[in-house]
Design a protein around this ligand. Structure first.
Ligand code: NAP
Ligand code: MG
Length: 399
């Protein structure tokens, strides 16, 4: 069989620990036999980030800007213990944070549904895609304590002059205050990312805030979304047969529970943080969650939602065979290859991505899986636990 060719390179970002091991296996066993892989390779493994003083992370993000699509392996975000373990000259920042800052994107996360693995919410028969605004609010706040008898005031200075708004008079008791912000630019780019992604996958967008209580702050989110939708997306949505739906956050959670899934749930930063974990857990496993960063100008970075699975890696280093789930990393590759195929008019490549995903899902549905899925699997077919490489080879034979 002739291998599928790629005209434009895919930006490949290698990573750390167990996922770095899986990365190689996926390439060798599932991709290279079928595709003449054309990638521009960046090694984001912690050792090379140290060696390049983290320049490699910035270079890889710029390459995504240039070529439009990247696929990223999970990477270590250093903490004090990692600085010691890897003998780092400094505590390098989170690569995902650096890449996000350069691409200015929104992260979309969706579960991979498999027959036999029932969501905890039985009605959720289609995936719910979470879109989390990744800037501002309490993640960039300032906070303080106020002693009894004190007072807290909000001061705003801009071209309209100086305004002082009393927050609270603490004469009866001490207390706490918090100040937070967001920017029109960031909210607008969040809205466009969500609407573009919805057109891409042909799904409705739900967005919710607490605008009845937060009449300026949250209301601004609502207004910016509404304005951009009316002016730039309404017609496109109607043509695609999809909807933009706004409601209050408490109404949204009730509707989400009653829904069958199959839509994009756009969330403010904190709502997205909390609800993503709830939704991921309800669908079964973090190892079955895809993640893609989409920039407002239509650049895509695909990855797995989980980390480098350190505990398994230490076992692997001791020579033990692990049963680490490669599904989210396989779907990062298939997502990126499909997008490359779509952008380059390479139908064969997009079709290969579809087949790879189908083969992966069918392998699990026929009872072959990694250890993490075994306790979740409810089917007539008994579950067979395979190690990572056996599982990948099983997928290859189905492919
Ligand atoms: P993690 O790597 O996601 O793993 C946490 C636990 O979840 C694992 O110990 C394992 O549980 C289970 N798990 C996660 N992925 C799995 C998979 N594919 N197959 C089977 N089980 C899986 O999170 P972490 O241990 O908190 O973080 C490890 C490193 O990853 C850290 O250095 C962190 O900085 C980094 N990280 C990177 C990213 C990213 O690059 N996007 C995201 C998160 C974390 P059991 O041990 O019980 O089997
Ligand atoms: Mg969280």
């Amino acid at each position: 069989m002739a291998k599928i060719k790629m005209s434009v390179p895919l930006v490949e970002m290698d990573g750390d620990e167990m996922t770095r091991v899986i990365w190689q296996q996926i390439k060798e066993i599932l991709l290279k036999p079928y595709v003449e892989l054309n990638t521009e390779y960046y090694d984001l493994g912690l050792e090379n980030r140290e060696k390049t003083k983290d320049a490699v992370t910035t270079e890889s993000a710029l390459a995504i800007k240039k070529y439009g699509v990247g696929v990223k392996c999970a990477t270590i975000t250093p903490n004090a213990q990692r600085v010691e373990e890897y003998n780092l000259s400094t505590m390098w920042k989170s690569p995902n944070g650096t890449i996000r800052a350069i691409l200015d994107g929104t992260v979309f996360r969706a579960p991979i549904l498999v027959k036999g693995i029932q969501p905890y919410v039985p009605g959720w028969t289609s995936p719910i895609t979470m879109a989390r605004h990744a800037y501002g609010d309490i993640y960039r706040d300032v906070e303080g304590k106020v002693a009894k008898g004190g007072k807290a005031t909000l001061v705003i200075e801009d071209e309209n002059g100086r305004r002082e708004i009393e927050i609270f008079d603490f004469s009866a008791s001490g207390g706490i205050v918090l100040g937070m912000h967001n920017t029109e630019k960031s909210i607008a780019s969040f809205a466009r990312c969500c609407f573009n992604y919805a057109l891409d996958v042909k799904q409705d967008v739900w967005f919710a805030t607490k605008d009845t209580i937060s009449k300026t702050y949250d209301h601004t989110f609502k207004d910016i979304f509404a304005e951009i939708y009316e002016n730039e997306y309404k017609e496109k949505f109607e043509k695609a047969g999809i909807e933009y739906f706004y409601t209050l956050i408490d109404d949204a959670v009730a509707r989400v529970m009653r829904s069958n899934g199959g839509f994009i749930w756009a969330c403010k930063n904190y709502d997205g943080d909390v609800m993503s974990d709830m939704v991921a857990t309800a669908y079964g496993s973090l190892a079955m969650m895809t993640s893609v960063l989409v920039s407002p100008d239509g650049k895509y970075e695909y990855e797995a939602a989980h980390g480098t699975v350190t505990r398994h890696y230490y076992k692997y280093l001791k020579g033990e065979v692990t049963s680490t789930n490669p599904v989210a990393t396989i779907f990062a590759w298939s997502g990126a290859l499909r997008k490359r195929g779509e952008l380059d008019g390479n139908a064969e490549l997009a079709e290969f991505a579809d087949r790879l995903e189908k083969a992966t899902i069918r392998t699990i549905e026929s009872g072959y899986m990694t250890g993490d899925l075994v306790p979740l699997f409810k089917s007539e077919t008994p579950a067979v636990k395979l190690n990572t490489e056996e599982f990948i080879r099983k997928i290859a034979s189905n492919l």
